[in-house]
Design a protein around this ligand. Sequence first.
Ligand SMILES: C[S@@+](CC[C@H](N)C(=O)[O-])C[C@H]1O[C@@H](n2cnc3c(N)ncnc32)[C@H](O)[C@@H]1O
Length: 293
Amino acid sequence: MNYRHQYHAGNFADVLKHALLIPLLRGMQRKDKGFLYLDTHAGRGRYDLASAARGDTLERTPEWPAGVGRLWERTDLPAPVADYLALVKAFDRRNRTAAEAVDLSKPRFYPGSPWLAQALARPQDRLALCEKHPEEFAALRAELDFEARATLQSMDGYTAVKAVLPPPEKRAFVLIDPPFEDPREYAHVVGALREGLRRLSGGTFAVWYPLTERARVDAFFAELVALRPPPTWSAELTVVGPTSPVKMKGCGLVVINPPWQIDRELSPLLPWLASVLAQSPGGTADLRWLVPE
Ligand SMILES: C[S@@+](CC[C@H](N)C(=O)[O-])C[C@H]1O[C@@H](n2cnc3c(N)ncnc32)[C@H](O)[C@@H]1O
């Protein structure tokens, strides 16, 4: 468990994931009935971007300037991206001291998925937040312990899928956002989806994945479709062309059982994000159905 999200916070991958997460959760809230938000790999909930440049031993190039940094001062954001950025800016502002608030021209603090979900949660919604790394968990607890609707657990997120599903509400949104350091990660994800769908066939499951190896992602999709899930789509963004030497060329979010017709709202965002987040020519973005509605 060497992975620290701190170095990646606010990068293009976080932008894609969080800019989709917010409208997906709002889509879940079209129904009055409450639901459980399960974040299997929650992270620390709050990232200080000033530390993103300091590695354990070496200086690192921070990734947020090519991510949320590209959006910060734009005034032409599509509505769901404006919604996302307003939440990020509110979080950034409330974490700053008075001295740090003098210059708001670039982000300083970036929220993790648990904070974003907590900011949107209604009184009838609940959160289950799992983080296995002890230091990350301690930070998460410091960030969100006040939240009565949240249960925080220092445990394996895949085990949590079995432990908390089905919830009493019979409605759940599960975010699976692993580090993909372990070569068996996709197998763990598929196993968790199998268990999750068995326990709550009407649940909504969103999995973030890196685009490092196209063939591996396609194999993952094949395993996923073999589970015979409800309607499923995948939203993908690449920030460099296929021949670029950059290792992680893009990323995606696959969503099983998305809120009805939300793809119509989200599809137009993707080309916009691709043009704003491109790092070299050849980047693309699209939303495609793996299991049609
Ligand atoms: C990509 S980060 C999560 C970011 C977070 N979801 C967000 O969007 O703000 C992945 C996190 O998973 C944690 N982690 C790694 N293996 C885990 C496991 N088996 N169960 C739960 N957490 C794990 C890591 O410590 C790391 O904080």
